[in-house]
Design a protein around this ligand. Structure first.
Ligand SMILES: C[S@@+](CC[C@H](N)C(=O)[O-])C[C@H]1O[C@@H](n2cnc3c(N)ncnc32)[C@H](O)[C@@H]1O
Length: 240
């Protein structure tokens, strides 16, 4: 699964570090053990990242209030589960999933999580009875949440947080580990939906410096149509 969770769907390679230490180097499966969430990073490193990339993470109580304000206003539960959200500059994705307090690292029990995907998975749990329905709608919920981030270690953690969240809810529901084929499907979705992008350029970080012709825009996938398109189209108002 790790290989899938490191894929960059725009470049075809792996996601890159895109930080001061490692620049454009791709993150490999071996590197993953070096990755620490912000709350475990050295104070000096935290300070530098705040300076370089405005990295400051949002505590769960603020995510909760804001998510309540923007939560999908859908009357039927299937539409609610499919309603699409994008966390811009997602860091470790605390607005989407909430396994731990992004500021302090304190673990958060499933029942108290406030991420947009957490809310959807709770609805799936409540509204489905057949295992197949639970799985279909839980995958749909994962397909509906998106995020982008510049720094590769944050992006990897965001992807892992979404992946582990799916596993948490699956275990809670079925009291066993999710099967390999389902996990693979979920990892594929995540590798598309949480993507590495410089939000100011709609391109993978540093792309314009290596491609003089420009125009390498990040790809995004619409799971309802199965089609991929350039993220920049969204900013031109052509799609929803
Ligand atoms: C203030 S943090 C917010 C993270 C998360 N959304 C949260 O609320 O905890 C900003 C994030 O934006 C990322 N970032 C900075 N510049 C960016 C850019 N040009 N494009 C995409 N992400 C960027 C940083 O790496 C950092 O993780």
């Amino acid at each position: 699964m790790l290989e899938i969770l490191l894929k960059d769907r725009t470049t075809g390679g792996n996601i890159i570090w895109a930080n001061a230490e490692h620049g454009r180097q791709e993150i490999t499966a071996d590197d993953v053990k070096l990755i620490r969430p912000r709350w475990q990073k050295l104070r000096e490193q935290q300070r530098q990242r705040t300076k370089d990339r405005a990295e400051i993470f949002t505590p769960p109580e603020v995510c909760k209030l804001q998510n309540e304000l923007i939560d999908a206003d859908e009357h039927d539960w299937q539409a609610y589960v499919g309603a699409r959200f994008l966390e811009i500059t997602c860091g470790e994705a605390p607005y989407l999933v909430n396994r731990y307090n992004a500021v302090t690292g304190e673990p958060i029990p499933i029942k108290e999580r406030v991420g947009l995907l957490d809310r959807k998975l709770r609805v799936v749990d409540k509204e489905t009875s057949a295992p197949k329905d639970w799985i279909d709608y839980a995958v749909r919920a994962v397909q509906s949440v998106y995020g982008y981030e510049f720094q590769g270690d944050n992006l990897f953690l965001a992807r892992r947080n979404v992946f582990e969240t799916f596993k948490d809810y699956y275990r809670q529901r079925f009291t066993r580990e999710p099967p390999e084929d389902i996990l693979r499907e979920v990892a594929e979705v995540i590798s598309w939906n949480l993507f590495q992008m410089d939000g100011l350029k709609c391109s993978p970080p540093f792309t314009e410096e290596v491609n003089l012709f420009g125009g390498v825009y990040c790809q995004i996938k619409d799971w309802f149509t199965g089609k991929t398109f350039e993220f920049i189209e969204l900013t031109r108002g052509g799609r929803r």
